[in-house]
Each structure stands twice: as structure tokens, then as C-alpha cells.
Design a protein around this ligand. Structure first.
Ligand code: OGA
Ligand code: MN
Length: 224
């Protein structure tokens, strides 16, 4: 752990929201995933929505799959567009602060050793999707915990665009989640295949990944 992140750990930086964090931790411990409707504080979803709404077409880029040298864009697998969050917008800053609080909580209570976090806004235009995939493969990624939240008011069943979270490779039913504002989904990245069904409306989400520190033999991973 570097000096910066250890300072953040000990000062308990971030908004501490214990009952919610406790519920997420208990769910992760029990089942490996957590789906909570109306989880995010309204101030946070409002700030995120404002920042997302201010993004221009040029702020987004075509989403890709794979990492570093293997990174490629494959529109048969996914065709959303993404904008990485760097804390330069009010919503982005509030989200990074909140997820930092959750990181701290999970490290303290589940000893997960979560080291860093990366996150983006995503926009799925009508008809767009993200086919069934894992966010991480053992030994090939340091993403360990995925977090997704949504910025869509009054999302109806007919609007499609559900996240389907499968329990394992053999599960074809899954748990369906409507991408409604405030809903929070957290799951172990290597354990749960999942997909985004085509939406009938514009669909906005924020996805993020906690990473462990895999730096080894002079190779810095995650890259800085
Ligand atoms: C992802 C992802 C889910 C969603 O970006 O990897 O699975 O519901 N997103 O937007
Ligand atoms: Mn995913």
C-alpha cells in the first residue's frame, strides 16, 4: 500500500454510510453479490445525473473489451459508449468519494485488500447491449469487485435494458435487475457472468471495478 492510500485508510476519507455498507458486505460475504434498490443517497444520484447529462458526444468513446495490449472494440459483444471518471466533474468526484468509503469499509470488514478503483459513465442507445461476459478472468485481471449503478428515472419492465446476473456458467435464468436510478449492484468480478439486454430507451449507467495490487517483479499493475 502506498502512502497516499494508507493515509486515506486511516483518515476514513469518504462518506461513511454504515448500514448500507454493512448490508453490501453481508451480501458479498453470504452470496458474492448484492442488489439493492434505492441504495444510493439521493444527493449522489442527483450529482451523478447532472454530470452525466452535461457530457457531450465527444466526451464518450466506444467501449472496448480486454485490457492493455489486448484491448479491442467489438460491437458484436457490446456497443455502449463510455466516459471514464476522473473526478473532474462534481458527480464523478462524489462517486469516487462514496466508492472510496465502500472500499475502506470492505477492506476493514472483509479483508478484501481492495487497492484502487476505476469507473466510467456508460450510455446505451436504444437497441444497444452488452452480451454475456465476465468482468475478470482469474490470473488475467486484477479487477475483483464490480459495482454498477443507474441513472434512469421511471424505468419500466417494457423498457428492457435489464442487467442479468447469472450465478455461474451453467445458469441461464439469472437475476434480472431494472436499471432504475439509485439501484446498486455489487458482485465478485470473476464469479458472475452477466449481460445487458437491449434497451428500448437511452440507458445510463455507472460501472466501476475495485482492483487488487498485482505489481510484481518491477511490473506495476494496475498501471498508473
Ligand atoms: C459492464 C457491465 C452492466 C450494466 O460495463 O461491464 O456489465 O448494467 N455493465 O450497465
Ligand atoms: Mn460487466
Amino acid at each position: 500500500m502506498n502512502a497516499l492510500s494508507s493515509a486515506a485508510e486511516s483518515s476514513g476519507d469518504g462518506i461513511i454510510d454504515d448500514p448500507l455498507f454493512a448490508r453490501i458486505a453481508a451480501d458479498i460475504y453470504d452470496t458474492g453479490y448484492s442488489v439493492i434498490r434505492g441504495a444510493l443517497p439521493a444527493t449522489l444520484t442527483t450529482l451523478l445525473s447532472l454530470s452525466q447529462a452535461q457530457l457531450k458526444k465527444r466526451d464518450y468513446s466506444e467501449a472496448g473489451i480486454g485490457r492493455l495490449a489486448e484491448h479491442q472494440t467489438l460491437s458484436t459483444i457490446r456497443n455502449d459508449e463510455v466516459c471514464w471518471i476522473d473526478g473532474s466533474t462534481g458527480g464523478g468526484k462524489a462517486w469516487l468519494n462514496w466508492t472510496e468509503g465502500l472500499r475502506h469499509y470492505l477492506n476493514c470488514h472483509l479483508f478484501m485488500g481492495l487497492f484502487s478503483f476505476e469507473s466510467h459513465f456508460a450510455h446505451y442507445a436504444p437497441g444497444h447491449f452488452y452480451k454475456r461476459h465476465y468482468d475478470a478472468f482469474k490470473g488475467r485481471s486484477n479487477r475483483v469487485l464490480s459495482v454498477v449503478t443507474y441513472l434512469n428515472d421511471d424505468w419500466q419492465q417494457d423498457d428492457g435494458g435489464e442487467l442479468v446476473l447469472y450465478q455461474n456458467n451453467d445458469d441461464n435464468r439469472g437475476v434480472r435487475v431494472l436499471p432504475e436510478t439509485g439501484t446498486l449492484v455489487v458482485f465478485l468480478s470473476e464469479k458472475f457472468p452477466h449481460e445487458v439486454l437491449p434497451a428500448a430507451r437511452h440507458r445510463f449507467s455507472v460501472a466501476g471495478w475495485y482492483r487488487v495490487n498485482d505489481s510484481l517483479n518491477g511490473r506495476v499493475d494496475p498501471p498508473r
